[in-house]
Structure formats: C-alpha cells, structure tokens
Design a protein around this ligand. Structure first.
Ligand SMILES: *[C@@H]1O[C@H](CO)[C@@H](O)[C@H](O)[C@H]1NC(C)=O
Ligand SMILES: *[C@@H]1O[C@H](CO)[C@@H](O)[C@H](O)[C@H]1NC(C)=O
Ligand SMILES: *[C@@H]1O[C@H](CO)[C@@H](O)[C@H](O)[C@H]1NC(C)=O
Ligand SMILES: *[C@@H]1O[C@H](CO)[C@@H](O)[C@H](O)[C@H]1NC(C)=O
Ligand SMILES: *[C@@H]1O[C@H](CO)[C@@H](O)[C@H](O)[C@H]1NC(C)=O
Ligand SMILES: *[C@@H]1O[C@H](CO)[C@@H](O)[C@H](O)[C@H]1NC(C)=O
Ligand SMILES: *[C@@H]1O[C@H](CO)[C@@H](O)[C@H](O)[C@H]1NC(C)=O
Ligand SMILES: *[C@@H]1O[C@H](CO)[C@@H](O)[C@H](O)[C@H]1NC(C)=O
Ligand SMILES: *[C@@H]1O[C@H](CO)[C@@H](O)[C@H](O)[C@H]1NC(C)=O
Ligand SMILES: *[C@@H]1O[C@H](CO)[C@@H](O)[C@H](O)[C@H]1NC(C)=O
Ligand SMILES: *[C@@H]1O[C@H](CO)[C@@H](O)[C@H](O)[C@H]1NC(C)=O
Ligand SMILES: *[C@@H]1O[C@H](CO)[C@@H](O)[C@H](O)[C@H]1NC(C)=O
Length: 772
C-alpha cells in the first residue's frame, strides 16, 4: 500500500464504525479489522525494519493473543503496546475506532508529524505514552478526560499547553512532558488536577512564575526552563507532600522560603543554577528524610545554619560555585553522614584540614576543584577513611605528589590536573589497584612514568597530558586496566542508590573525552538526570555504549573502553610493541612528544577508535596493519618522518572521518581515487611532496593548484567518496542506536533528536574545562 492509500482509510473506517455500533459480537471482530488496518499502515510506512506487529496474523480469528495487544473479558482490545518497534511515519489516524482502548504505548519509535485529531477522540484512554518520538506541533488532547498517565517526553512539541490543562486533569496522576519545546506560562494549569502526583516539565521553554499549590505533588521537576521570580512563604503549605523537588537551572531569585520545612517527606532538593540569595533556610534542618541537598551556583550567604546538621540522612551536599573565598567553614566537617561533598568553584584558599572534612567517616567523593588552594597537597588526604573519588583539579597546589598516596588502596579516581605539581610520579602509584581514573594533566611533573604503573590493574583511563614527563614509555604500561573487574564488582555491591543519583554530568564530560567518538555519543545522552545514572553505571563496569569487540571486526559489543592520553610531554624512544596487549583500550594519544623509531605493527591488535601520534619523530613505514583497525575514526600520523608507501590497506578504514599524514616528507605513493582515503582532501597530505594526486576526481585539488577551500565536495556530493563520511557517521549512529538497550537508548535517541539539547551540549562543551 502506498503512502497515499495509507492516508485514505477514514471513509473505510467510517463504514466499519457504523457496523461496529450495531453490536458487540461484530465489534470484537471489528477490533481485529482495525488492528489489521493498523498493521497495514505500519507496514506501508516501514518497509524494512519492523516490530512484533509484523507477526499479527490475519488468519487468527481474535487479535487478543497478538504481541503487544491486550483485551478485556469481552475480547475487546484495551491495550496496544508498540514501544520500540522501529516505527517511522505519522501516527495511525484511526485509533478512535477502538472504543475500549485504554492503554496506548507508541514510545521509543521515530514517529513524526503532528498529533492527528483522531487521537483526541479516544476518550477512553487512560495511559498514553508517546515518549521518545519526533512528534511536532501543538498539543491538542483536551478530549482525553480519562487520562491517568500522559508521557510525551522527548518529542518536538511546541507552543502553549494551556488549552489542555486543566481540561484533562480530573484523573491525571502522572504527567511527563519534559524535553520538548513547550513555552508560555504554566500558572494555574495544574491547580485543578486533584490527583496529580508526578509532574515533569523539565527541558522546555516555559517562563513566568512558579504557581502556587504544587505541594500536593510527590515529585516535581521543572529543571532547565526559564521560570523566574521569587517563591513566597506560602509556596510550601502544611500539607506539602513533596518527595523530590528539582528547580535547577531556571531564573528563580530572592530568598528560599523556610516553609520548605512543611515538606517533611522531602528526600531531594535541587536548587542549583538559579539566583537564590540570602540565608540558606534553617527550616531545611527539619527535613529528616532529606538525602540530597544541592545548592550550587546561586548567591546564598556563606553561612550554613547549624540546624542543617539535623538532617540525619543527608548523603549529598553540594554547595559549589559561590565564590566564597577564605577557609572552608568548619561546619562542613560536622556533616558526619555525608557520602558526597561538592565544594568546587568557591575560591576557598584554605581550611581543608581545619574544617575537618578530611575526617568525615563515610565520605567517598570530595570535589574541591576550581578553588584557590595552594601549597603542597595536604598529606592528610591520604588518610581519609573511605575516599574513592578525590578531585582537586584547577587549584594552585605545588610541590610533589606525596608518596603516602600509596596507602589509598580504595581510591578509584584521582584528579589532580591543572595544578602546579612538580617532581615525579611516585613509584607507589602501583599500589593503587582500585584506581580506575588517574588524571594528572596540566602540571609540571617530570621524570619517567614508573614501570610500577603496570600494577594498576584497574586503571582504564589514564591522562598524563601536558606535563614535562620524559624517558621511554615503559612496556609495563600495557598492563594497566588488565583486570578492572574486582573494582567494578566491589562498586556493584557497594554503590548506594541515593535519590536521584550520585555523580555529575560535568564530571563525566571532563573524564570522558566527549569530543571524540565513541565518547561523543555518550555526551548526547546527558540530560542532567540520566548522566548521573550513567556515571554510576560506568563505576560499576556496566558498559554504557558499544565498542568494537576486537580490532578486526566492526561488530559492536558492550564493553568498557579505556584511553591512554600522554600528549604534550617529552617522551622519547620507541613506542613499546607491548602496547598491542591493551585490548580494552580504544583511544591512544601520544602526540606532541619526541617518540622515535618505527611504529610497532602490534598497534593493529587494538580496537582503536582514535590513534594520534602526530608531532613526534617516528620513522619507517606506516605498518599496513593499521588498515585493519576497522573501528578507527581518527588517525593522525602528521609531522613525523614516516617513509615508504602509504599502505593501500588504509583505504579499508571505512569509519575514518579524520585522517592526517601531512608533513611526512618521505612518505610516497598514490592517493587512491576511490575508497575511504579518496574522501579526504589536500589538507590531509600537506607537506608530503612525494604523495601523488594525479587522478584526483571531482575537480579536486592537484599539485600546483592553490589549496582547495574546505571540503564542500565531500559533504554535498553523493557520488563516489563524496558525502561518504557523513553517511558512514549516520550508519554508525544507526548501528549504535540499534545496539543500545533500555533507558540509555531512549535517552540517547531522544537527545540526538533534540536540537535544543544539542545546542546546550555545544554550549556546555564551550563552557567546560575539559582536561584534554
Ligand atoms: C498464520 O496462522 C495460520 C493458521 O494458524 C498459519 O498457517 C500461518 O502459518 C500463520 N502465518 C504466520 C506468518 O505465522
Ligand atoms: C513511557 O515509555 C518509556 C519508554 O518506553 C518509559 O521509559 C517510560 O517509563 C514510560 N512512561 C511511563 C509513565 O510509564
Ligand atoms: C511550532 O513549530 C512549528 C514548526 O514545527 C512552527 O511553524 C510554529 O510556529 C511553532 N509554534 C510555536 C508556538 O512556536
Ligand atoms: C516521565 O515521568 C514519569 C513520572 O516521574 C516516569 O515514570 C517516566 O518514566 C518518565 N518518562 C520517561 C520517558 O522517562
Ligand atoms: C533572570 O532574572 C533577572 C532579574 O531577576 C533578569 O534581569 C534576567 O534577564 C533574567 N535572565 C533570564 C535568562 O531570563
Ligand atoms: C507551613 O505552612 C503554613 C501555611 O500553610 C505556614 O504558615 C507555616 O509557617 C509553615 N510552616 C513552616 C515551618 O514553615
Ligand atoms: C536542630 O538543631 C538545633 C541547633 O543545632 C537544635 O537546637 C535542635 O534541637 C535540633 N532539632 C531537632 C529536632 O533535632
Ligand atoms: C602498598 O600496599 C600495601 C598493601 O595494601 C601496604 O601494606 C603498603 O604499606 C602500601 N605502600 C605504601 C607506600 O603505602
Ligand atoms: C609492581 O611492579 C613492579 C615493576 O613492574 C614489579 O616488579 C612488581 O612485582 C609489581 N608488584 C606487584 C605486587 O605486582
Ligand atoms: C578486558 O576486559 C575484560 C573485562 O573487564 C577482562 O576480563 C580482560 O582481561 C581484559 N583484557 C585485557 C587484555 O586487558
Ligand atoms: C567537580 O568539579 C568540577 C569542576 O572542576 C566539576 O566540573 C564537576 O562537575 C565536579 N564533580 C562532581 C562530581 O560534582
Ligand atoms: C574478531 O572478531 C571476528 C568476528 O567476530 C572474529 O572472527 C575474530 O576471530 C576476532 N579476532 C580476534 C583476534 O579475537
């Protein structure tokens, strides 16, 4: 059936409808007919990949056993579940012909267009889930007065919601319209929703004031909108039922009302990134269930009221980005239940020891980055009883790394980057067998990498970039990360489920090199809430994205993929062939050193996605084994002394989208006219006089002609190699998308679809101080 025909059935269905209202027996049979029409509609718009609906068998007399179909006792269809069924195209326009339909789930597909008027006639609907699609236009569901649950998360809806609310509010319990482009004022919209408990409006463009009367809700998320104004004391009345309140990243101002004390069931309060000022209300101290309090990036007074110490379940305290200066107040050292203490960006100059925070008995995560601490690292950090994640980056610490760090056997993440540390990396680093991340980038460290580092069997993510480290890269380094499982398993046993979750997006942005594939994919799924779960999953060794299962296959499997970042040092000698043992590492960056001799062919054994050895003194031939790295997307061999012929095998690197062999004056050979290498322009071969372009196609550059402008030809032309990298990327994206499961998929897909979020991502990318 063509698309035209698919749009036609209304008349046909009108007929059916007339039959339908004539009797119950006929009706049940008619439900089956409607579903078969639905199947036709879906098959017409989805000729290739199809969901379970393809198994709906027209020979069956009743549809009630078909996958995704639920019936009531009278064999009438009450539920249709088509979630994650690879559906493209517009919504089926005749759901209203199923008068008993109460549950409709079309989530996690690629359904587009706008909402058909038909849907608004399905007045029996109680549960409607359209989340994670690309449905656009305004919301017009005012007719669905029986709705209990409506989930429109991650679509492209826009405009005001006022014509729908409170019209459909009578039975509504859960409403989630986050990650759309809804706008306008929401004041009064939910006042007449007597049963509403869960409301998520986050990631939209709503503006105006926060309305009164939301305290009947159990969970309210309005994060990332343009809501503004002050919260009056009457905002939190005595019947406040809130358990989670997330007002983060809006433009709220004024003081925060102490009447929050009325919300005695509150477990999580997130006020980050607003313009709240004045005192932190002491009333928070009476919230005995509170486990997460996030106040970062506001303009609160520096004094924390003593009453807050009464929050006996508090495990996360974030009082970051306030530019306080001076010493860390001693009160922080008295929150004995804390698990996470986040004080970055406060311009503190001292008080690390005197505040007592290093003695907090349960502290596992301490973030003191972006302050103004100076002097040597306090050796007391090495005696913190339970610390796992220690972030002291972006301060002015000087002196050397104390050898006592060797005693921090539980440490999993040590970030000392961007300080003024000198001296060498202590040999005892090898004692840190739980270490997953080590980031010492941007200091003044000298000396060799101690071979003992090879004892760090959990170390998957090592970043020593931009120091003055020298000597040979020890072959022992190939043993890092050889067995992270004990650490991951310990985390699976230990990580507490706190509300909403621990960790932080920006943290991940800094530790996952998000501007590089495969990590950029992860970046896309960072809505604030999800990235925290993602971070927790990573600490537990659950892969969060697919990687190449081995160097020579593009089969993606879910695994943990490590990186080795040694750029911008003074390493010399050869790259040890043992590097070929690092089978779980997909990114190796050795650029900007003084490495010499040949590139070991063992490099071909790694599942590399990124390989950068530019600006060294490597010589000899480029090993043809590199052409077998089927997942390679970035290959930079520029500014070395490679010689011999460009291996023809490189043309098989079908994922490659950045390729640079420029300034290798002895490199020779012919740039192929077809295949992957042909998609790169002259810039990839600058300063390689022996490379021959004689039959460059598409009027591309040739010798003697001035450098071509940046490559529109590659982007626009569909012929030959032109446009290929783009379609390859698209292919990768689709493959990755399909390989994903669970919420991660949905979030990721959603984010790819969300231009606003992508803009946000870009902005955050610009903002972040990512240590690469
Ligand atoms: C549909 O059901 C009929 C009768 O039960 C059976 O013969 C046929 O193979 C089924 N078709 C499919 C595609 O399963
Ligand atoms: C809607 O569907 C999505 C994806 O299938 C799921 O994650 C979400 O929990 C559903 N919404 C509700 C309220 O059940
Ligand atoms: C909603 O988006 C459509 C395009 O998809 C646009 O034409 C329309 O003006 C938008 N409406 C509002 C209120 O922004
Ligand atoms: C929307 O919010 C509801 C209630 O909090 C939740 O159950 C549902 O899973 C959310 N939907 C998505 C797609 O996350
Ligand atoms: C936030 O509110 C202040 C006044 O309280 C206003 O000057 C500013 O423009 C607002 N910012 C945004 C982004 O709405
Ligand atoms: C609780 O709410 C009432 C209004 O309903 C308010 O008068 C009172 O001050 C609040 N209690 C606290 C402790 O703030
Ligand atoms: C809360 O803290 C204050 C000051 O620290 C104290 O006087 C008061 O007794 C505490 N209240 C409760 C209910 O624990
Ligand atoms: C290294 O670890 C061992 C065993 O955990 C411990 O006995 C030793 O003291 C540690 N070395 C240093 C320098 O801390
Ligand atoms: C640590 O590394 C050194 C040097 O590579 C090695 O001699 C030693 O046996 C290792 N220690 C342990 C406990 O593995
Ligand atoms: C790669 O990781 C797996 C799973 O963590 C581990 O079992 C294996 O030993 C690692 N392989 C190497 C060569 O490090
Ligand atoms: C720690 O501090 C950095 C700033 O250097 C910040 O980007 C990051 O989000 C913080 N991490 C956590 C877990 O809060
Ligand atoms: C890599 O994967 C391919 C396809 O799964 C398999 O045939 C090959 O043996 C694997 N190679 C290694 C070294 O594991």
């Amino acid at each position: 059936m063509s698309k035209e025909e698919a749009r036609f059935p209304p008349c046909f269905f009108l007929g059916l409808y007339l039959i339908l209202i004539t009797g119950q027996a006929i009706s049940a049979a008619t439900d089956r007919e409607v579903l078969l029409q639905l199947k036709d509609h879906l098959e017409a718009t989805n000729p290739i990949r199809r969901g379970a609906y393809a198994r709906w068998n027209a020979s069956d007399s009743s549809p009630c056993n078909w996958p995704g179909i639920t019936c009531n006792d009278a064999d009438r269809v009450t539920g249709i579940n088509l979630a994650e069924s690879n559906i493209n195209g517009e919504i089926f326009p005749n759901f209203h012909l199923l008068p008993e339909l109460t549950h409709l789930d079309l989530s996690s597909n690629t359904i587009g267009g706008s909402l058909p008027a038909d849907l608004n006639k399905c007045s029996a609907l109680e549960h409607l889930n359209l989340s994670a699609n690309v449905i656009a236009g305004e919301l017009n569901l005012a007719g669905l007065t029986n709705l209990v649950m409506l989930d429109l998360t991650s679509n492209r809806f826009n405009g005001s919601i006022r014509s729908n609310f409170p019209a459909i509010c009578a039975n509504l319990v859960s409403l989630n319209i986050s990650s759309n482009s809804f706008s306008g004022d929401v004041t009064g919209c939910f006042d007449k929703c007597p049963k509403l408990e869960y409301l998520d409006l986050s990631y939209n463009l709503f503006d105006g004031y926060i309305w009164q009367g939301f305290q009947k809700l159990r969970e309210l998320f309005v994060s990332e909108n343009h809501l503004n104004g002050e919260l009056s004391s009457s905002t939190f009345a005595s019947n406040c039922a809130l358990e989670i309140l997330d007002l983060s990243t809006n433009n709220f101002s004024g003081t925060f009302p102490g009447s929050i004390a009325n919300c005695s069931k509150l477990t999580s309060l997130d006020l980050r990134d607003n313009a709240f000022m004045g005192e932190v209300p002491s009333g928070i101290g009476s919230l005995s269930e509170l486990n997460s309090l996030r106040l970062g990036n506001n303009a609160f007074d520096r004094t924390i009221p003593e009453e807050l110490l009464n929050c006996s379940k508090l495990v996360i305290l974030d009082f970051s980005s306030h530019d306080f200066g001076g010493d860390i107040p001693e009160i922080f050292g008295r929150f004995v239940t804390l698990d996470h203490l986040i004080l970055y960006g406060n311009q503190y100059t001292g008080g690390i020891e005197s505040s007592g925070i290093l003695k907090l008995p349960d502290l596992t995560t301490l973030n003191l980055s972006k302050n103004r601490f100076s002097g040597t690292l306090p050796v007391e950090i090495t005696t913190m009883p339970k610390i796992k994640i220690l972030i002291l980056a972006y301060n002015g610490f000087s002196g050397s790394i104390p050898p006592a760090v060797g005693g921090m056997a539980r440490l999993q993440l040590l970030d000392l980057s961007y300080n003024k540390l000198t001296g060498s990396i202590p040999l005892v680093i090898g004692n840190l067998t739980s270490l997953l991340w080590l980031t010492l980038a941007g200091n003044d460290l000298t000396g060799n990498i101690p071979p003992e580092i090879g004892n760090c069997s959990s170390l998957m993510w090592l970043n020593l970039a931009n120091n003055r480290l020298s000597g040979r890269i020890p072959p022992e380094i190939s043993a890092i990360g050889s067995d992270p499982n004990p650490t991951f398993e310990a985390n699976r046993r230990e990580i507490r489920q706190v509300t909403p979750v621990s960790g932080d997006c920006l943290t991940m942005n800094r530790w996952l090199p998000a501007s590089y594939p495969p990590f950029n994919f992860v970046y896309m799924m960072f809505t604030k809430r999800k990235c925290r779960t993602t971070w927790d999953r990573l600490l537990q060794g659950y892969a969060v994205f697919p990687i190449c299962s081995n160097s020579s296959s593009r089969i993606l499997s879910r695994g943990i993929s490590g990186y080795l970042q040694l750029s911008g040092n003074r390493f010399s000698g050869g790259i040890p062939p043992e590097i070929g043992r690092m089978r779980n590492f997909s990114m190796i960056q050795l650029d900007g050193n003084r490495l010499s001799s040949r590139l070991p062919r063992e490099i071909g054994q790694l599942p590399l996605v990124i390989f950068n050895v530019s600006s060294n003194q490597l010589s000899g031939e480029i090993p043809h084994e590199i052409g077998g790295l089927r997942c390679l997307t970035i290959l930079d061999l520029s500014q070395n002394n490679f010689s011999g012929e460009l291996p023809s095998s490189l043309n098989g690197l079908s994922e490659l989208n950045k390729f640079n062999v420029s300034y290798n004056p002895w490199l020779s050979g012919m740039v192929p006219s077809t295949g992957q290498i042909a998609t790169f322009d002259h810039d990839s071969f600058l300063g390689d006089p022996l490379i021959n372009f004689s039959f460059w196609l598409n009027g591309g550059p040739s010798f003697g002609s001035p450098p071509a402008p940046p490559p529109p030809a590659r982007n626009s032309s569909a012929a030959g190699g032109g446009g290929r990298w783009k379609s390859v990327l698209l292919g990768v994206f689709i493959a990755l998308t399909l390989a994903f499961v669970g919420t991660l998929t949905r979030t990721a897909v959603r984010c790819w679809r969300r231009r606003e979020l992508q803009a946000l991502v870009e902005e955050e990318r610009r903002r972040r101080n990512w240590a690469w």
